[in-house]
Design a protein around this ligand. Structure first.
Ligand code: NAP
Ligand code: ZN
Length: 371
């Protein structure tokens, strides 16, 4: 018998005047906002100005924390959470790509529970107070973090990621205005679009997918494939709107299913070798298709997914890693170092075909072994 549950407690404001349309919700959220950003993009995109103007006009005080770096460290969130608690902040606004949005979720949990040690954030029994309300304003069109409760954090030492996910770390509202993505370079636009495509494909193939997550995944993948396969010299406003909507839809899809093995395989070359998250995941998209085609169910799902977006598995297999263009060369020891960091990830079981550790080695060797 069919099961098709769907839960998304985040109110979505998409498109023109999204921030103004969310104004009343922001005014009701509290008296002192903790605004979480990276170094430049929140300012450059105009989103920070828009948010601080709205807060000032409404008489809401705020603290701006612009210390979130890419692949946000758990420790940064811990320290920012303490600062938010010290300043008496009662809600959090994350502005930026996935890094500031994910950080905002962890900061909101630490701010409400300032006595937690950093690693204790992962222990539901120790986070006794509810997370502060979170508003998410994306400036990239990729992660979909604005519509899910995942916060992907880098652990101490900078070599591994671990996702924090609390029942109350969903944003209260997602404010998605594609104009804020207009300042992204072509490289970041493409990489973040590849991330959203990876979300759509990995979600579609996940054994946890439902009729709703599949529709969202197919919509997202169709839009992204259409926009990026033309390899435009520049992304116009219409393309950016389509990519933003698609990334948000893919974020909804993974909120149901989570992601599959290209994500952990990508994490180590992001953290150790500086490959941006979207390109790092897309580098393994061909392997994702090839391995899933080894089992009957996987072969069927891959064929269905490709047909639904108007293409063929063989085209995706060549196109996605080709666009990701990840060129790295490692010794056997360097490969072993990377595989050890990712072999234990939970995502490996989230696809029709489950990779063994030896197969992760095979994939890494095939891509990267120094000749
Ligand atoms: P990001 O790490 O947030 O940002 C990448 C770069 O793009 C930064 O230099 C950033 O600048 C810049 N940037 C962002 N918006 C810009 C704009 N409008 N104009 C110009 N530059 C801009 O990138 P991301 O790919 O969106 O996020 C990746 C992170 O999200 C990873 O940590 C990944 O693990 C996580 N993730 C989370 C989920 C989820 O479901 N929660 C899903 C996938 C990935 P600034 O540093 O100045 O901001
Ligand atoms: Zn991703």
């Amino acid at each position: 018998m069919l099961q098709a549950d769907f839960y998304m407690p985040t109110r979505l404001f998409f498109g023109e005047n999204a921030l103004q349309r969310c104004r009343e919700m922001i005014l009701r959220a509290g008296r002192h906002a903790f605004v979480v950003t990276g170094k430049n993009s929140a300012k450059k995109s105009g989103a920070l100005d828009d948010v601080t103007t709205l807060l000032t006009e409404a008489g809401i005080s705020f603290t701006v924390f612009d210390g979130v770096t890419e692949n946000p460290p758990l420790l940064t969130c811990y320290e920012a959470g303490k600062l938010a608690a010290k300043d008496g902040c009662d809600f959090v606004i994350g502005i930026g790509g996935g890094s500031p949005l994910d950080a905002a979720k962890a900061i909101a949990a630490f701010a409400a529970n300032p006595d937690l040690a950093p690693a204790e954030i992962y222990d539901d029994s120790l986070r006794t107070r509810p997370t502060l309300p979170i508003f998410a304003v994306p400036t990239t069109a990729g992660t979909g973090s604005e519509v899910n409760n995942y916060s992907v954090l880098t652990l101490e030492g900078g070599r591994q990621k671990k996702t924090f996910k609390a029942a109350d770390s969903w944003p209260t509202a997602a404010i998605v205005d594609p104009r804020y993505t207009a300042t992204m370079s072509n490289e970041t636009t493409l990489s973040t679009a590849l991330d959203a495509f990876a979300h759509a494909m990995e979600s579609y193939l996940s054994p946890k997918s439902t009729v709703f997550s599949e529709k969202a995944a197919v919509f997202a993948a169709t839009e992204i494939f259409d926009v990026i396969s033309a390899m435009p010299a520049a992304y116009d406003a219409d393309m950016r709107t389509r990519l933003s909507l698609a990334a948000t839809a893919a974020g909804m899809a993974i909120s149901v299913t989570g992601t599959g093995f290209p994500h952990p395989l990508g994490y180590s070359i992001t953290l150790l070798d500086g490959i941006p998250h979207g390109r790092a995941c897309a580098a393994f998209a061909g392997d994702y298709i090839t391995y899933n085609e080894k089992c009957e169910n996987g072969r069927q799902r891959v064929a269905e997914f490709a047909a639904a977006i108007g293409t063929k598995p063989a085209v995706l297999k060549a196109f996605l890693p080709g666009v990701a263009a990840v060129e790295l060369a490692f010794s056997e020891d360097e490969i072993a170092e990377r595989v050890e960091l990712i072999a234990g990830a939970k995502n490996h079981v989230n696809s029709p075909y489950v990779l063994s550790k030896e197969e992760i080695y095979d994939i890494y060797r095939a891509h990267f072994l120094k000749k």
